[in-house]
Design a protein around this ligand. Structure first.
Ligand SMILES: NC(=O)c1ccc[n+]([C@@H]2O[C@H](COP(=O)([O-])OP(=O)(O)OC[C@H]3O[C@@H](n4cnc5c(N)ncnc54)[C@H](OP(=O)(O)O)[C@@H]3O)[C@@H](O)[C@H]2O)c1
Length: 376
């Protein structure tokens, strides 16, 4: 038996009679303590205590390993709807305890921030509850599935004074940062092309389900954010078509060709599909402006062409997950807004909703983020 396992104590606590929440539910609250020697943080910075919310793939292979490498940050707790998954993550990553009742995490005043990596339909509610409990929030994309959720989250960030950031990791990937800095020097509007092929998001895979936004809110949302960020200009309108919907097999809604117009006159195409073969290339982003041609592929290859000059570089597939977490920790410590804000999360969701509405109706849709977000 794993020595850490032997020190696990299962606490089944029943609500006290005077607990307001007891009136709502008499279900037992589950919390499992993971006993181990406490390691005090080095240096004089206050330890930042983070709870993982949702024990899934990206938490295991990206976020928690990256979090554990940041000095002075402690994975304090793991929430999972599944007691056994939560316990295995807490043991594996050295958390103090795990809980299958989210309120257990929210009531813990020692926890500074939550890292929400659950499935998409839970993000907004879990983020709202965390902000209301006075926690900073890192929430995976999409931040929200509806306009109302976007507005509620923007209000909650304002009223709580806490920070919320969204997992748009591409903004922290070296090649996309280089693409942005090249585009920042352009003299006029640009033409952008994003081609994304994600055959994994199909069939019975949970994210393919249009009832929870499908692959568009689930993944194409990255590229709605990326186009805005690369161009540094607000999306103003979208015109989109999808594959036929309602058939069996292929999920029509998840396969789209969409054209965006931006406030500065730039235009961008997003071709997003889930029907390719597993060996089709993943993502390719191209940008063209006066005398400038840029292309990046799968975080690994970048080509910059200026006039007759041409430069190419290759890299390992650095996707920006660790850099985004480091940046968020810094912004929490320094008490300043994160690089990706709640408004960025709202723009990407609202852009995707407009895209999907356009594809359904075969009509272009205006996008006016300021108007939508001011209408609270
Ligand atoms: N930024 C990016 O590049 C990126 C990449 C991948 C995913 N994501 C986002 O990250 C979030 C999590 O994605 P993921 O790929 O980690 O999904 P996942 O492995 O399915 O995990 C998502 C959640 O589902 C629950 N879960 C895990 N295994 C399960 C199982 N066998 N049966 C039922 N439920 C299970 C867990 O919540 P509980 O522990 O509470 O049950 C977990 O937090 C999503 O919002 C996704 O959009 C972002």
């Amino acid at each position: 038996m794993n020595p850490a396992e032997s020190s696990v104590a299962v606490l089944l606590r029943y609500p006290a009679a005077d607990d307001e929440r007891a009136a709502e539910s008499f279900a037992p609250r589950r919390r499992v303590e993971i006993a181990r020697d406490r390691v005090e943080p080095r240096g004089d910075a206050k330890e930042l205590r983070v709870a993982l919310v949702g024990a899934g793939n990206i938490a295991r292979w990206a976020h928690v390993p990256a979090l554990k490498k940041i000095p002075g940050v402690k994975l304090a707790a793991v929430y999972s709807a599944s007691g056994s998954r939560g316990k295995s993550y807490a043991l594996r990553f050295g958390a103090d305890y795990c809980a299958s009742d989210y309120d257990e995490i929210l009531r813990d005043e020692s926890i500074d921030a939550v890292l929400i990596a659950t499935r998409n339909q839970h993000h907004a509610a879990q983020a709202l509850a965390a902000l209301a409990a006075g926690k900073h929030v890192f929430v995976e994309k999409p931040m929200a599935l509806t306009v109302d959720e976007c507005r509620a989250l923007a209000r909650a960030v304002r009223e709580s004074g806490k920070q919320l950031t969204v997992g748009f990791n591409r903004r922290f990937a070296p090649f996309y940062r280089e693409l942005k800095s090249q585009l920042a020097r352009r003299a006029g509007p640009a033409v952008v092309n994003c081609r994304v092929n994600s055959p994994g998001i199909s069939g019975s895979y949970w994210m393919a389900d249009p009832a929870i936004g499908g692959a568009i809110l689930g993944e194409a949302v990255h590229f709605v954010d990326l186009m805005f960020w690369l161009l540094d200009s607000e999306p103003a309108a979208v015109s989109a078509y999808s594959l036929p919907t309602g058939g069996e097999g292929t999920v029509g809604e998840n396969n789209v060709a969409a054209s965006f117009r931006f406030a500065d006159g730039s235009v961008a195409n997003l071709t997003y599909c889930t029907v390719g073969s597993k060996t089709s290339a993943g993502e390719r982003v191209e940008a063209f402006a006066e005398g400038l041609g840029l292309a990046t592929e799968d975080f690994k290859r970048l080509a910059i062409k200026k006039g007759t000059l041409s430069a190419r570089s290759r890299w390992w597939g650095e996707k920006g997950y660790a850099a985004q977490l480091e940046s968020f920790v810094k912004s929490m410590r320094e008490g300043r807004a994160p690089e990706v804000t709640v408004l960025d999360g709202a723009r990407a969701t609202i852009g995707c909703l407009a895209l999907m509405d356009s594809a359904r109706s075969s009509e272009p849709r205006e996008i006016d983020l300021a108007a939508v977000m001011s209408d609270e």
